[in-house]
Design a protein around this ligand. Structure first.
Ligand code: ATP
Ligand code: MG
Ligand code: FE
Length: 350
């Protein structure tokens, strides 16, 4: 099916067009630049930017794909999770298009769409699939038994998201926003073993054992790590010593990457998942890719990492998952649904 997908859950306005598992267009406009001076995404600014960007982004996607709205078989939109006001812009636009064209509309889960996008890069996804999603707003491990109908949340962060930790630590080190790319770069000049920062929720009292899993076996926590970095920086300053920025960046990054890769591999092993898909903006991280590839290889797990433009928020991922739902015979959502900022992964469509 020819599907047009709309994404507006955070700071990217995306319109993507797919035919089945083939990517035809992926137009994205980001309001990131408008948030830089605040050091984080400001919801009101993001919502307004979506209003301005939607029509030009839609036009650009249709032009690139060389199709008209009339030719589209189905429309899809991210209904949640995400920022309420931002989601509402995409949902209202999608409903308007559905009303105007009479096309069926599918309300799509943003997190599951980060997994579904995998079909656009490397073809169909196998059964028994695990997913590690790491972005500015999310850090989750999912078990995907059927993309269109059966997804389980195995673990999630109990405080900050991984990307959020990068952004906060970059601010502490005076490196600006967004923090991920700059820490990734500076860490290459530092020693990742210089400082042993805490690995959140990895103590046996949280993880339990294979036979008797603890409450937080697959969960993450990054706020303690952020505090540890802050204390470390303070100590150098209190002693009047120069802060070893590269060593701290490398050691912080090692702590994040060590925990997310080890828990993702553990979840795959314990749940019989033979393929792991990586998604979200932090998937761009070079050390994460390196360590995850190594740990998956030694555990016999096939790793799928979609190309960077498909890992960050975009409309093609929404279209790709909706096409899977259409092909599995899923019912359209109508136009009566509302954006749900807390939409759970078990609700793949509304
Ligand atoms: P959502 O959580 O809904 O996906 P988002 O806009 O917060 O939305 P993304 O756009 O997917 O998330 O990713 C942005 C995040 O990724 C930021 O926190 C940024 O610091 C982080 N990031 C980007 N590149 C890198 C990198 N090379 N290493 C680590 N983190 C990175
Ligand atoms: Mg973003
Ligand atoms: Fe996302």
């Amino acid at each position: 099916p020819l599907v047009l997908g709309i994404e507006s859950s955070c700071d990217e306005t995306g319109v993507g067009i797919v035919r089945g598992t083939e990517l035809l267009a992926n137009a994205v406009s980001s309001s990131m630049d408008e948030h830089v001076r605040f050091g984080g995404v400001i919801p009101e600014i993001a919502s307004r930017a979506h209003l301005d960007a939607f029509v030009p982004t839609l036009r650009s996607a249709l032009d690139t794909a060389g199709v008209t709205l009339e030719e589209v078989d189905a429309l899809a939109v991210t209904s949640g999770p995400g920022l309420s006001g931002a989601l509402m812009v995409g949902v209202a636009a999608a409903k308007a298009l559905a009303l105007a064209t009479g096309k069926p509309l599918y309300a799509i889960n943003h997190l599951v769409a980060h997994v579904g996008v995998g079909v656009l890069d490397g073809g169909d996804l196998p059964e028994s699939l695990g997913a590690l999603l790491v972005s500015g707003g999310h850090t989750e491990i999912l078990k995907v038994d059927a993309l269109a109908s059966d997804v389980t949340l195995l673990g999630a962060t109990i405080d900050d998201a991984a990307g959020e930790a990068y952004d906060k630590v970059a601010r502490l080190l005076g490196l600006g926003y967004p923090g991920g790319p700059v820490i990734d770069r500076i860490a290459k000049e530092g020693n990742p073993k210089a400082i042993r920062f805490p690995r959140g929720l990895t103590m046996p009292k949280f993880t339990g054992t294979a036979e008797n899993p603890g409450k937080h076996r697959y969960d993450f926590s990054f706020s303690g790590l952020k505090t540890a970095v802050a204390r470390c920086v303070e100590q150098y300053r209190a002693r009047g010593e120069e802060v070893p920025v590269a060593d701290i960046a490398a050691s912080f990054q090692e702590a994040v990457v060590d925990v997310v890769t080890s828990k993702a591999v553990l979840a795959c092993r314990e749940h019989g998942m033979s393929t792991l898909l990586l998604g979200g903006g932090v998937a761009a991280n070079s050390r994460l890719r390196e360590l995850l590839a190594a740990r998956c290889a030694s555990a016999g797990i096939a790793l799928r990492v979609p190309r960077p433009g498909l890992c960050t928020d975009n409309g093609a991922m929404v279209a790709a998952l909706a096409a899977q739902v259409v092909m599995a015979g899923g019912a359209p959502s109508g136009i009566g649904f509302a954006a749900d900022s807390g939409q759970p992964v078990t609700a793949i469509t509304l």
